[in-house]
Design a protein around this ligand. Sequence first.
Ligand code: 5GP
Ligand code: ZN
Length: 115
Amino acid sequence: MSEDCLFCKIVDGDVPADIVYESDSALAFRDISPQAPTHVLVIPRKHISTINDLDEFDRQLVGDLFMAAKQIAAQEGIDESGYRAVMNCNKGAGQSVFHIHLHVLGGRGLSWPPG
Ligand code: 5GP
Ligand code: ZN
């Protein structure tokens, strides 16, 4: 738990969120400002600020985030049509909340490369 971390507060239930998936290690909820018909954020319960802060012990945890994304995509009915699972690292890549989160976006066509 990091004192001033918004997503830690969501993990602790201190900030409300529309939760769509929960496991021992991860949590997923709808983005407050959705950029696609489905826009879910998958986060570890453990506070990790950026991808750069991952260590060897986090291998399983990162796998858990992708397994959650797969399940959420099926739940949301976007698994066959297609979706993006992406994590921004640091400000230059658009990271604004410094508790790692996998964006799961789908329900519309997504262009590549992203801006
Ligand atoms: P980033 O820019 O760090 O990759 O993504 C952070 C995401 O968190 C943004 O898409 C933003 O809309 C979302 N977000 C910011 N504050 C809140 C909040 O209080 N609740 C929820 N559900 N999403 C939030
Ligand atoms: Zn946190």
